[in-house]
Write a protein that binds this ligand. Structure first.
Ligand code: ATP
Ligand code: MG
Length: 262
């Protein structure tokens, strides 16, 4: 009996060690968690779509709840997602948050806007192609309805970036953009803007000032405190209201593969 228990214990320990080794090798821990739906073009990192019951998707739900709970004089409807520098997880956060809101907010209409007119990636992560989007709305006077995309997720509409303009910051800071945001706020319950990082370019500050607030994504164990403080200063200068922070790349103490089944 003792021998069997020992053997089982040993097997379990070996399995745990194997999973931990796999996790260490993996750059993006939560890729283990998403179960990609076979017939979907959506990137597996969009866990709110592929694996809504996973702990990671649960984190996006918590974020959504926290946003709803923000105590503010005027309602928080339009939110800019940004970060200090490139590659901190802004776009994946914006998409997962928007899907989480669309799934769970009692049929409220959510609009996800790709306002990163420099490195637009929302269409790539969501697996669709779009010829026109925000750039065409603001600079060519395209009709809003012609640019909006529905990818079959209830309550979620997407406004892709469109072509890469030569003057992204000017477009984002323009009166036309301001009027567009006003119009869209009257039609949607929540608008989530994905944007470029704060330090290299001014777009996110300009957008932050025109929306109801900014959420900053910080990549744990990479982005230095001083860098985050610098971005805070830039957002303040731009008169953007900082609503809060999201930490990405958090390491679980329990290996992610096991964590999913807890
Ligand atoms: N919560 C997370 N935890 C760990 N890794 C993440 C997380 N979110 C995103 N990543 C990884 O970080 C990388 C960049 O993600 P993403 O494209 O969302 O970043 P970004 O901030 O939008 O980048 P860019 O500045 O180029 O627009 C991707 O490889 C993604 O898998
Ligand atoms: Mg991005």
């Amino acid at each position: 009996m003792g021998k069997i228990t020992d053997a089982l214990k040993k097997a379990a320990q070996e399995r745990l060690a194997r999973i931990e080794k796999m996790d260490k090798k993996s750059e993006i821990r939560y890729e283990f968690i998403a179960r990609k739906k076979v017939d979907s073009n959506i990137d597996p990192r969009i866990v709110s779509f592929h694996d809504p019951k996973s702990p990671v998707a649960e984190q996006y739900r918590t974020l959504r709840t926290n946003i709803q709970a923000i105590d503010s004089k005027s309602p928080i409807k339009a939110i800019t997602i940004t970060s200090s520098i490139h590659g901190e997880g802004k776009t994946i956060t914006a998409i997962n948050l928007a899907i989480s809101m669309a799934h769970d907010l009692n049929k409220k209409d959510i609009l996800l806007i790709d306002a990163d007119l420099r490195r637009a990636r929302i269409s790539k992560y969501l697996g669709f192609q779009a010829e026109q989007g925000l750039t065409e709305l603001v600079s060519d006077g395209l009709n809003v309805d012609e640019a909006l995309i529905n990818i079959g997720i209830d309550n979620l509409t997407i406004l892709p970036a469109g072509r890469i303009p030569h003057n992204p910051a000017e477009l984002i800071g323009s009166v036309k953009m301001h009027n567009l945001i006003k119009l869209l706020k009257s039609k949607y319950h929540y608008i989530i803007f994905d944007s470029p990082p704060v330090i290299p370019v001014t777009d996110a500050g300009l957008l932050g000032a025109q929306t109801d607030g900014v959420i900053m994504v910080i990549r744990a164990e990479r982005t230095q405190k001083g860098v985050v403080e610098h971005s805070q200063g830039l957002l303040r200068q731009a008169q953007a209201k900082l609503l809060g922070y999201i930490l990405t790349n958090i390491q679980y103490h329990i290996p992610a593969y096991i964590y999913r089944y807890l």
